[in-house]
Design a protein. Structure first.
Length: 119
């Protein structure tokens, strides 16, 4: 079976790539990596010139996934692990759109829902 899903983990200046055979395996890998990296993601408020960036505004870890398909037709999505420990799912690559979560839905369930038709 081909490894169709690509996972890119950006942790500060470090970039890692991995491959998965299914959407479910990809989501499980993302959950595992967020759990592993959540201890390193904490950030304090930063002031640059006259601007303040709270921890929730900082994205120390971004995990992106690219699904199967041609270069332009590949589904793109991922999660941002923010400096306050929150996890926010998104779709798209250049134009990121937040995934709206239903009551009780985890960020990972949200990704499963929006990418379910792309598998």
């Amino acid at each position: 079976m081909a490894r169709d899903w690509t996972v890119t983990v950006r942790n500060g200046p470090h970039v890692e790539h991995d491959h998965c055979e299914s959407l479910e395996a990809t989501i499980e890998l993302i959950e595992q990596r967020v759990e592993e990296l959540s201890g390193q993601a904490h950030r304090d408020e930063v002031k640059v010139l006259k601007r303040r960036y709270e921890a929730a505004q900082q994205v120390p870890v971004r995990i992106e996934i690219a699904g199967p398909g041609g270069l332009l037709g590949r589904p793109r999505a991922g999660v941002d692990l923010r400096g306050d420990g929150s996890v926010e799912p998104f779709t798209g690559r250049l134009r990121r759109l937040d995934v709206a979560l239903s009551d009780g839905e985890s960020p990972y369930d949200g990704l499963r829902r929006v990418l379910g038709g792309a598998a």
